[in-house]
Ligand binder design. Structure first.
Ligand SMILES: [Fe+2]
Ligand SMILES: [Fe+2]
Length: 179
């Protein structure tokens, strides 16, 4: 490894910081395509909202001998998906966009689907499918962002890790039910 000097014109950075103050957190160091990132984040937001609604439906509809444990898991996931939706909305604001919370079109902006499911087993399987869709699309977003927007990437990486936990929880529930 050779020496890698840090060369930056501090004077120019100071001057740029004073210009376009209205852009807040978005400076010239922002390398990503903001319009595309905002579109992706609004798709992620719609995905989370559809997941909240689906988990809530499943929580209230869960019935049968195994229901209490499964319903508790559904509710926990619903609340965590709501947390993700809020984090994503916050980041959209930081990037100078607006969270699209209009019910119209939420399902078409969402990557995951809203399937009511017929019975506990079916609900769990549908939730697992939705988590797997979220995992794949968030992983793609993370790769797309690379080093161009590390803050958004890190947020999505954390959300992605939790979706992986959700998928894992669902696999465990399926295993228990099928015993
Ligand atoms: Fe989520
Ligand atoms: Fe999830």
């Amino acid at each position: 490894m050779g020496d890698k000097p840090f060369v930056s014109d501090i004077k120019a950075i100071r001057e740029r910081a004073r210009k376009h103050m209205e852009n807040g957190a978005v400076t010239e160091a922002y390398r990503a395509d903001r319009v595309t990132v905002l579109k992706l984040l609004n798709e992620a937001l719609a995905t989370e909202i559809v997941c909240v609604l689906r988990y809530k439906r499943h929580y209230f509809m869960a019935s049968g001998i195994n229901a209490p444990q499964v319903a508790a898991e559904f509710l926990e996931h619903a609340n965590e998906e709501q947390g993700h939706a809020d984090q994503i909305s916050q980041r959209i604001i930081q990037l100078g966009g607006e969270p699209n919370l209009s019910p119209e079109g939420i399902l078409s902006r969402s990557h995951s689907e809203y399937v009511e499911g017929d019975g506990l087993l079916d609900m769990i399987e549908e939730d697992l499918v939705a988590e797997r869709i979220a995992i794949e699309s968030y992983a793609e977003m993370v790769r797309y962002l690379g080093n161009d927007d590390p803050t958004t990437r890190r947020m999505l990486e954390e959300i992605l890790a939790m979706e992986e936990e959700h998928a894992d929880d669902l696999v465990d529930l399926l295993g228990n039910l099928k015993k």
